[in-house]
Structure formats: structure tokens, C-alpha cells
Design a protein around this ligand. Structure first.
Ligand code: IMO
Ligand code: MG
Length: 427
């Protein structure tokens, strides 16, 4: 009765959506446990592209339950749009379940996200401006409004009133802005509530029951390990816990119920937003990978910063989440290069280190120590056996296994669902 967590092992955009969608074929339930509409998960099925922000990547299968767990922050407007847009493309979304305990992103969170970033100037985080950080701030401050409150209009109105009074004080006196009015917010949120009502439930009970019945449950992480609030490159992080432990809190399941943790590793590294990035390529090679890999934010359209694969990071991610195996993605994007580099250590003040530093000033002084690999020609995405891959592809994957001490279970060879090589069964 496997429960499997899929975690990003870099700075997000590792291809978690593609891997989750691929594994979802065998799962009964797919659960998002943290983050919110800051996520952008691309899934390509039969050449049709779907970009998901709040909906779990299992939603594309009609017979699965897709759960938005308590740890997610939900923007009802984004969610309703996403549901309608999928339905207009013929996707049945009746398998969706939303935790009544999940917190809501409110219009003032989105405005605060913008104002806070503006006021930080050069020290800005480079957030997605979706209101995610401010929504988690209110959750921790115990003034948040939850999805379940949408079902009790009087309670919702009360909480909104209290919050608006506070937020408007900040908008007017601190930022010199106009106050926000209550009625339009109330109206649009209660309208969204009508659409969301049938999906809202106690999701933790549902997930635990599914595991007890022997069903297969897949937990889909958003963002990545190095965007984790505790373990990432703070303060250039998101406000939730993408690491595997986040799944327990964000879905309401005990750690003893989890069987496997799959770390998703992109064959190179990317980062959107600010903060240090040791293997960053600011040259033509980086630009080429960006173009080949369409490395532009799904959520914000920003060009992603690109760098070589950094196994110091992946190794640390593996420890933090207790990875049991890896899924390596976008091997196809790296085809056609003469030489590829992979970092396996850093040089800091003349010393070689293999641990990931907690201090950002130390990290920004770290020079990657690279192993060079010969490149490979275009990969046939239909390849179904390791032996059929070019020997240089296999050498690259073997190095990932050697440094991390983990087996590569899945290799993504193209954007489509079917362009995936399974080396070890996950479920
Ligand atoms: P997926 O799930 C990559 C980054 C933002 C910014 C920082 C904080 O597609 O991998 P936030 O809006 O969360 O407060 O921004 O986190 N970020 C992501 N980067 N992929 C994501 O999601 C991200 N979600 C947030 O760029 O640096
Ligand atoms: Mg993404």
C-alpha cells in the first residue's frame, strides 16, 4: 500500500508535474500538500499542454481523486478559473477534493506581496506576486481565513471585516494607498464558494482512509528543496515546506505511513527569482539551454536563470527528504552539446567542500568543482531500455547515482507523458 512523495530537489521547475502525472497513472489519489498558485506544473498529454497552478497533476485522469491539502494556500479565483478552463477542454474535475483547513489567499495578500517586494528594492526576493507569502504570514499570525469559512458566510464576513480593518491601516498609513472595500471581495469570494462547495471536505481523513484501504497515494510537492522556508537559501525562499516532511503536515498523514520519496532532479539547474546560484551560466550556453528547454516561468513568464547540474545540492536535498530514488528529467534538453559539466563539490577559500552551506555569503563565494562529461546526440524519446540509451547518457546518469548514492528510477526523455523511461518501479 504505497504512499509516495514527489519532491523537487533544486529550486523548483524540475519537472515535478510531468513525473507526478506519469506516476499518477498507477495512483488512486494525488495530493498537493503546500504552496499555492506560485507553482506552475506543465503536463503534456498526446501533444496537448496543460499548465496547472493549484490543481494536483492527477486531475487529468478522470478516475482519480485529486486533493488540495490543508497545507496549500488557495486563491479561489485562480482555482475556479483553472477548473473551468480544464472543463472547457473536456477534463472531468469531479475527482477534486479541497481541504476545509487550507488557507485562502485574499486580494490584500496579493497587494501586500507587490508592496513588500517594491519596498525591498534591490533586496527583493523576486516572488511570483501571487500573495502566497502574505497568506502564510496570516496563517502563522492566526488571523487567516480558511476554505471552510467560505461555507459559513457570516463567519467569513466577520473575519474579512477584522482583517480588512487591519490591512487597510497598513495600506493607508504605511504605504499611502487607498483602502480596500469589503463588499466586492465578499461578493466575489462567496460566488467562488458556490463553485467550490461540492469539493470542500475533510481531506486528511480521506487520505488516511485511502492508505488504510491499500490504495496508492501520491503526494505532489510544489516548488523545490532550496525554496523551503527552513532548509532553502533563506531569505530567497518560498513560505512553505516543499521537503518531504511538508507532506505529513500539509496533508495530515503520519510519517510512518510514507513508503517512498522520489526526488525530481532536472539534468541541469534553473532558478527564478533572486539569490545565489553557484553553477549559474550567464553565457551563451545558459541562453541555449534556456531556449531549448523553454525555460520561462509558467506562472510569471520570467526567463529562468540556468546553470549546470549541481549535485552538492541534490545530495543535500536527498538527506533532507530521505529520498529513496530519483527521477531525472529533461535529459533531451542537454542533447547536442560537446561537453557537459556537473558540480560535485564547491571550492570555498581554497578548500574543497561537499556540504551545502547555510550562510548565503559563504554560498555566494563557493566556486563549483566540476566533472566534465562528453555530450550525446538527440535522444529517441521512445527509448524503453537503459541499454538503448547513448553510452554518454548512461555515464551522466551513473555519475548522478554515484554522487548521491541513490538509484535513478525514472528518466524523462521528452515533454510528453509517454516519453518516460522506467528503470525501477515506484509503486
Ligand atoms: P514550481 O512548483 C520555481 C520562487 C519565486 C521566488 C520565491 C518566492 O513550478 O516548481 P513566492 O511567490 O513563492 O513567495 O516566491 O520562490 N518560486 C518558484 N520558483 N518554481 C516554483 O514553483 C516556484 N514557486 C515560487 O520565484 O524566488
Ligand atoms: Mg514550475
Amino acid at each position: 500500500m504505497p504512499a509516495v512523495i514527489v519532491v523537487g530537489s533544486q529550486w523548483g521547475d524540475e519537472g515535478k508535474g510531468k513525473i507526478t502525472d506519469y506516476l499518477a497513472l498507477q495512483a488512486d489519489v494525488v495530493v498537493r500538500y503546500q504552496g499555492g498558485p506560485n507553482a506552475g506544473h506543465t503536463v503534456v498529454v498526446d501533444g496537448q499542454e496543460f499548465q496547472l497552478h493549484l490543481l494536483p497533476s492527477g486531475i487529468l485522469y478522470p478516475d482519480k481523486l485529486s486533493v488540495i491539502g490543508n497545507g496549500v494556500v488557495v486563491d479561489p479565483e485562480v482555482l475556479v478559473d483553472e477548473i473551468h478552463s480544464l472543463e472547457s477542454r473536456g477534463i472531468d474535475t469531479r475527482g477534486l477534493r479541497i481541504s476545509a483547513r487550507a488557507h485562502l489567499i485574499m486580494p490584500y495578500h496579493k497587494l501586500l506581496d507587490v508592496l513588500q517586494e517594491e519596498s525591498m528594492g534591490a533586496r527583493k526576493i523576486g516572488t511570483t506576486l501571487k500573495g502566497v507569502g502574505p497568506a502564510y504570514m496570516d496563517k502563522a499570525a492566526r488571523v487567516g481565513i480558511r476554505v471552510g469559512d467560505l461555507l459559513e458566510p457570516d463567519v467569513f464576513r466577520d473575519k474579512l471585516e477584522v482583517n480588512l480593518k487591519d490591512k487597510n491601516r497598513i495600506f493607508q498609513h504605511f504605504y499611502g494607498r487607498e483602502p480596500m472595500s469589503l463588499e466586492p471581495i465578499l461578493e466575489s469570494y462567496l460566488a467562488a464558494a458556490q463553485v467550490l462547495r461540492p469539493y470542500i471536505t475533510e481531506t486528511s481523513v480521506l487520505i488516511n482512509d485511502a492508505i488504510s484501504r491499500g490504495q496508492k497515494v501520491l503526494f505532489e510537492g510544489a516548488q523545490g528543496t532550496f525554496l523551503d522556508l527552513d532548509h532553502g537559501t533563506y531569505p530567497y525562499v518560498t513560505s512553505s515546506h516543499p521537503v518531504a516532511g511538508g507532506a505529513c503536515i500539509g496533508a495530515g498523514v503520519g510519517p510512518t505511513r510514507i513508503d517512498k520519496v522520489i526526488g525530481v532532479v532536472k539534468a541541469y539547474t534553473s532558478r527564478v527569482g533572486d539569490g545565489p546560484f553557484p553553477t549559474e551560466l550567464k553565457d551563451d550556453t545558459g541562453a541555449l539551454i534556456r531556449e531549448k528547454g523553454h525555460e520561462y516561468g509558467v506562472t510569471t513568464g520570467r526567463p529562468r536563470r540556468i546553470g549546470w547540474l549541481d549535485l552538492v545540492m541534490v545530495k543535500y536535498a536527498a538527506v533532507l527528504s530521505g529520498f529513496t530514488g530519483l527521477a531525472v528529467t529533461r535529459m533531451d534538453v542537454l542533447s547536442g552539446f560537446d561537453t557537459l559539466k556537473v558540480a560535485y563539490a564547491y571550492r570555498y577559500r581554497g578548500q574543497e567542500i561537499t556540504s551545502f552551506p547555510s550562510s548565503l555569503s559563504v554560498l555566494s563565494q563557493c566556486e563549483p568543482v566540476y566533472r566534465e562529461f562528453p555530450g550525446w546526440p538527440e535522444i529517441d524519446p521512445a527509448c524503453r531500455r537503459l541499454e538503448d540509451l547513448h553510452p554518454n547518457v548512461r555515464r551522466y546518469l551513473e555519475f548522478v547515482e554515484e554522487v548521491t548514492g541513490l538509484k535513478v528510477a525514472l528518466v524523462s526523455l521528452g515533454r510528453n507523458r509517454k516519453d518516460t523511461l522506467t528503470l525501477e518501479n515506484v509503486f
